[in-house]
Ligand binder design. Sequence first.
Ligand code: 3PG
Ligand code: MG
Length: 376
Amino acid sequence: MRTLDDLDVEGKRVLVRVDFNVPLDHDRITDDARIRAALPTLRELREKGARLLLAAHLGRPKDREPEFSLRPVAERLSELLGEDVALADSLDDVPDGDVVMLENVRFEPGETKNDPDLAQRYAALADAYVNDAFGAAHRAHASTEAVAHLLPSAAGRLLEREVSTLHGILEHPQRPLVAVVGGAKVTDKIGVLEAFLQRADRILIGGAMCFPFFKAQGHEVGASLCEEAGLEPARRVLAGGGEKLRLPTDLVAGREFSADTEIRELDGVDVPEGWMGLDVGRRSAAGYAEVIRDAGTVFWNGPMGAFELEPFAAGTRTVADAVADSDAVTVVGGGDSAAALAQFGLADRVTHLSTGGGASLELIEGKPLPGVEALA
Ligand code: 3PG
Ligand code: MG
């Protein structure tokens, strides 16, 4: 993969694809971590004498819907960078400034189709291309894939670090390598579980994705969220998991998915009728924390329970604390686990907090990332 060390940018206009797909509450950015994560690349390019043309997507607009405008993002970036950031409404009328941001690339109908004509139009606006959008690297879109072939191109520092860190824990991890995998659905995580069955020393499972495993083992799941399509993959993982695989041995259940519902601590994993398992139990969480403390490398993706509801946050908090306190190399996937770390104030206590949810999972699964391949 080519990096900024391989690209001559002095006096050039550089098209930089960034992942500024940040959460918004109307036009207020509620978490600007992805914008901050791109700053080293943007600053380095500016210091090397490049002018920047930034390209990013926001959400999944169907049309030019104003609520998907990148204007709040351009304003936030301007504050962080300490430079004016002009927003270009149209590809046909791009202002001439040191830092310019194109409007949401998904306003262009060809963007998500990896349309070669659209890629040509992007390329015509710049002399070189840098991709720093790790979070969108699993998409083959015109601004992440096709355009990379049309200009001298390289990875930005964020994309470079994401790829080398994630490859590093797969190829030469400090052992024991512990994977903590949670979240709602087994089918989202099956590729990662299979990858870790090959490579990890321990796999700790939490979240609602436990229930297909428990059901496959003949337990009662009550009213718990239990993905039917997850049963078969769960059986496969159980069959191949052996000693490596750990599931919770106790649970916290609620009557409903709500913070003020009736709560019951279950000593075991059979969930009575009319109850739903919403967190791993105290004993399970403490056991997981111990394994994490003794790890050489930890990869964590997916919460242990419904951490957004205070009565069911303890399992995820215990795991997050253990990851933060561990001397291991700790790598946390983006998405919900990143949100959990942020909620507990631990985001800066891990070795690497990925800016990619889907992208980091696909990389670990061993799938080629189109945005990365295009820079090879
Ligand atoms: C993300 O937030 O997961 C990335 O920015 C990719 O967005 P997408 O899933 O809409 O392609
Ligand atoms: Mg996504």
